[in-house]
Every structure is written in C-alpha cells, then in structure tokens.
Design a protein around this ligand. Structure first.
Ligand code: AMP
Length: 598
C-alpha cells in the first residue's frame, strides 16, 4: 500500500481540493445558486403535465425571466404537495404512461422509500441525476473525512451494504430501493476508483437478496482482508450493530472457513458461494489469531471488537442521527475508542446535506445543505406550548422561506423541488438551523414530522419518545442489562387510551426495576397535553411490554419479507401495523403499568 492519502494516487489530494473548492463556490451566494437550480429544473421539465396544471397554458420562457420573478411566480402558482398529492401521477408512470407527466425525459426507474417509518413503501422517480448526486456527496464527504482521518490508498472498506430485489412495475419500469439502484450503478464503481478504497465484498454478495447470508459473507471477507480494512461503514448504523451481534454467534464458523479457505454450508446461494470461494484461500494462522481474540472478547461482552479485529481501521462511518441514535451506545461498545463518523443526510427523494465536521460526536452533527442538488424551501415550525387546538396539529406553520432566508435556532420542515419531478414536495422531516457554512445552512436533524403517539390532545414525536426511552433505560445499565430495541403504540381499544412501549432487553433484570423504568418513562413525557391528560386520567397509565429476545429480528424479517432493504431499514418507533403488533404481542413476556400520577 502507498503512503497515507485518502484518495490514493498523486491525484488524490488535488481531487479532494477540487471538490472542496467546488462546494465552497456553490455554498457562497446561495440565493443565486438556488434560483439557478430552480431555473434548470423548470427548464428541463418545461411543459410537463403537472406544471401545466398550475402554470396554465402559458408557455413561460424561464430562460428569459428575471430570476427573482421566476422564483416568486413558481412558489405562488405551484402549491405545496404531499406524497399523496403526487401519487396518482407517479402511479401512472409506474403503469407505463410515457407522456411527459412530471419530467420531460421519460422515467425508467422508480425507487422505493424504506417504508419503515411511514408504514408503507412509496414510489419515487429515480434518474441518472440521483446516482450522480450520490457520487458527488460521497466524494465531498470523503474529502472532508480524509482531512481528519487519512486512510491508506488502495485499502478496503468493510461495507455492510445490502441490495434488495429489483422488480418490474406493471408498466415495465425497474423498481427497487434507491440504495439498490446505486449499488448497481456505474457511479458506485467510480466511487471506489476515485476514493481508491474498495469494498471487501463482490457484487454477488451485496445483491444476494438474503440479508443473513450476505452479512455472514461480509464478515468473512472483512476478516479475510482485515489488514487492508481502513474503515467500516453501512448506510444506517442499525446494520453494523446487527452484523456484529450476528458475529457474536457465528465467529466460530467464520474462523473455520478462514482456516480452510471454504464457505460454510449455511451459504446456499450458488452465485454468492462461488464469488466468495473465488476470493478466499486457507489461512490457518489468521484463523487462530481471530479465534484467540474472540475468546478474549467473549469475557468482556465483545467490548472493543472492531479495533481488535480490524487494527488498521481509522473510523466507523454510518448514519447515526435521528432514529439511529439509539444504536450509538452499542456501536460505541463495539468500537471502543475508534472514532464514529456520522454520515450524510438524505432521502430517496433527494440528498440534502453533508457532514463537514467528521470529528464531531454523532449527537452534535449537522448537515450543510447542497444548494445545487434540489431547490429547497423551509416551512417555519413553532411548537405549541399550550395543549389548545386539535390533537392532530403538532406545530404551527408559517409561510415557507427560501434557503437563503432561514434563521439560526428556528425549526423547519423541508420542502423539495427536485430534478426527478417532485414539485414543492413536503419531505416530512423536521430540522433546526444551527449555523452556516459560507451561506448555506447547517441543519440538525430533529425528527420525522409525523406525530407518533397521539391518544387525544397529547402530541409526542419520535424525538420525544427517544428522550423518554433514554431516561427509562438508564436504569437498565445500572443492572448490567441493555435495551436492544424499542417501539411503541397508542392503544385506543379500551378507554381511556394509553401508550404501550415495547422493549427487547439483553440481560436479566428484576421486575421491580422494570416497574421503575415504566414509571420513569411515564413521568418523563413533558408534552403538556400528555401531562394534563394523565393527571385527569383521560390517558391511562403507560404500559411497558417486555418482548422475548429476537423479537425485533422477527420484525426486521417481516419488513424484509415485504420488500424492504436492510440498507435502508429503520425500526418503526411507533406502529399501528396490525401484523407487527401481533408479532409484538405474541412474544410479550412481561407487562407493567406505570404508577406515576397515581
Ligand atoms: P428513506 O428514503 O425511506 O430511505 O428514508 C429517508 C429518511 O431517513 C429521511 O427523510 C430521514 O427521516 C431519515 N434520514 C436520512 N438520513 C438521515 C440522517 N443523516 N440523520 C437522520 N435521519 C436521516
């Protein structure tokens, strides 16, 4: 391997400089850059059915118009839209209508959003632009990371990535998750060459469609190439935790495979078997070394597994914010003192922001908006401090403002106009502006906008629930137990309705401690609507339901079985899905009701 340089050969550093300079240019004077982006989108999709609907038959010559006039005309004529508003148009595309509905260039590929937060998967148009921006943001983020954590050229990345099956829609369009399209794209290959860091697993492993077998092979190859591994990554942190927890159970089989240069019979998919067998060779010395390390790690509950097994890894890189924050504790346990770098902020609809401060703790990470990727607007959101108003209203909204007019400390919902044919599309994420890089805002991800827990006048979001669960589960660590995963449900079948929080825990905990956890969580919801309703008993005592070990794996299997991809999987933090609730109730082992407010 060559000397330290993140991007490999002699060109590495100049590549880094080029992309950082490019970002510095576009993040300066963002008002103009954003208007130019909007102009490009409207020009590209001039005359499409959806825009005609709002612009009327006027054939606006966008190129000739004053930029400010064009922007205000667009935002005054085209209304804000939700996915439901655009769904009939997207469905026609999926059914094979090739007329210019949302875009002038016919859409040939559709992405499926993960569907694990909203309960159902949504089709989103995917174009070459989607893969190109993915490559661009990954290269930019890599350039910033390499300033802080340089990696060796021609090294490897142990990437826990998973493609799901792609399929054809009724109209013959290719459909699959955005990550699946990306892993199959030319841009994914180019990224490896540009960053001179190569993924350990061949395409046959990434695309096998069986996440358990893929995880096994990722681990096997990651260990086979352990000396070359410079960093460990996944899309969402959940996948890394999931992979190492399965390693705890499978390490002996993996060592045997490394010793013999073989692949366990558990790996039944022929293409994947062959691809892995083509790579690995018998290495008994390495196998005994890993065995000795694992025997030692067992005694410390696998603390520091990553730096012990991958001594050259410089950092672990993945999305660790939002609903992934829960897995940080376990990730830190596996990683010891190895830096955790929180990855970029994006969605199937569009990439949004890049992490420019890789050394920041994941809890403090912000994302600088990419002003050429989409046209962004921000709906100011004000929390209701009174419980007045309808139970379905979480925030009071103001009129949307453009990117150049956001204010530090203010919370907003993001609205996107994309190159892929989404116009003033409400993304449903709540962010807070925490500062600026040049003129582009740095966003802190707060939560999904959709209310999670509602019985009557109470309003609790994903973030509120997360804080409450953190408080409640602190008691577990004092008793050498840990919270593996959690979800919740507002149970309305009996009056008064109440919240149920489901926990899967590792370790033995006395019932009196769990009672205390339950009470602590109930008392920790600070939303005035909840507090008042609990005091007057119009919301009943919170219920803590402990489920068997492995229940959340079953939930994962349920989602994967319905077409979700592990790379995009996020445990739903609140659910009304009847099948999921059945799984949770089937594996319930203990239930507690809170004594707070009694
Ligand atoms: P999907 O398009 O279904 O894969 O999920 C996109 C959603 O994941 C976004 O709208 C966010 O709610 C969440 N998300 C993506 N990136 C991040 C991030 N870096 N931090 C927190 N949440 C994220």
């Amino acid at each position: 391997m060559e000397a330290e340089d993140s991007n490999g050969n002699g060109n590495g550093r100049s590549n880094d400089h080029d992309i950082i300079r490019w970002f510095d240019t576009i993040s300066t004077n963002v008002a103009t850059v954003q208007r130019e982006t909007l102009r490009q989108i409207l020009e590209l999709n001039r005359g499409v059915e959806y825009l005609k609907k709002w612009f009327g038959d006027k054939d606006l010559d966008i190129r000739e118009m004053d930029a400010c006039e064009m922007e205000s005309l667009y935002t005054s004529l085209v209304p804000l839209a939700s996915h439901e508003d655009l769904e009939p148009f997207i469905q026609r595309i999926a059914d094979g209508d090739t007329s210019p509905i949302l875009t002038q260039h016919p859409i040939t590929t559709l992405s499926l959003s993960s569907g694990t937060t909203e309960g159902r998967q949504k089709f989103i148009p995917f174009t070459r632009h989607s893969s190109e921006t993915t490559l661009q943001i990954f290269r930019l983020a890599a350039a910033y990371r390499s300033r802080v954590y340089p990696t060796r050229s021609k090294g490897r990345i142990l990437e826990f990535i998973y493609s799901s099956k792609r399929f054809k829609t009724g109209g013959g369009l290719m459909a699959g998750t955005a990550t699946t399209h990306y892993f199959a794209s030319e841009e994914f290959r180019i990224k490896q060459e540009k960053t001179k860091l190569f993924t350990c697993s061949p395409h046959e492993v990434i695309s096998s469609g069986d996440y358990k077998q893929t995880t096994y092979c990722h681990l096997l190859l990651g260990l086979f190439f352990h000396k070359e591994v410079e960093c460990i990554t996944s899309t969402f942190a959940y996948s890394i935790v999931q992979a190492f927890s399965s390693f705890e159970e499978q390490w002996e089989d993996i060592c045997k495979d490394i010793k013999e240069g073989n692949v366990s019979n558990k790996i039944t998919l022929p293409k994947m078997r062959k691809a892995v067998l083509d790579i690995i060779e018998p290495n008994p010395i390495l196998a005994s070394r890993i065995e000795a390390i694992c025997e030692g790690l067992q005694g410390s509950d696998w603390f520091g597994l990553v730096p012990k097994l991958w001594p050259n890894a410089k950092y672990v890189y993945s999305i660790m914010t939002g609903s992934m924050q829960h897995y940080l504790k376990k990730l830190r346990h596996y990683c010891g003192s190895l830096p955790l770098v929180s990855a970029e902020y994006g969605s199937t609809e569009s990439w949004i922001g890049v992490n420019l401060d890789p050394s920041l703790e994941p809890e403090k990470v912000t994302f600088a908006v990419m002003p050429t990727f989409s046209y962004f607007e921000f709906i100011p959101l004000y929390r209701q401090d009174q419980y007045s108003g309808s139970g379905s209203v979480d925030f009071i909204e103001d009129d949307p403002v453009p990117l150049s007019q956001v204010k530090v400390g203010q919370e907003y919902e993001i609205v996107l106009t994309t190159f892929t044919g989404l116009y003033r599309y409400r993304l449903g994420d709540v962010v807070e502006v925490s500062g600026f890089h040049n003129e582009t805002p740095k966003l802190k991800f707060i939560c999904r906008r959709k209310l999670l827990l509602v019985v009557n006048i109470d309003k609790n979001t994903e973030k509120d629930l997360q804080l409450v669960v953190e408080r409640g589960s602190q008691l577990l660590s004092k008793h050498r137990a840990e919270l593996v995963d959690f979800t919740s449900h507002a149970k309305l079948t009996h009056q008064p309705g109440h919240y149920v929080i489901y926990w899967e825990i590792k370790g033995e905990v006395e019932e009196r401690v769990l009672c205390e956890c339950c009470r602590e969580m109930d008392a920790s919801f600070v939303d005035p609507g909840y507090v008042v309703s609990r005091r007057t008993n119009s919301i009943g005592p919170l219920e803590l339901c402990i489920v068997e070990r492995g229940t959340f794996k079953k939930i994962l299997d349920y989602f994967i079985g319905n077409g979700a991809a592990l790379s995009q999987f996020k445990t739903p933090r609140c659910t009304n899905d009847q099948t999921l609730l059945k799984i949770l109730d089937l594996y319930a082992v203990k239930r507690f009701r809170s004594t707070a407010y009694s």
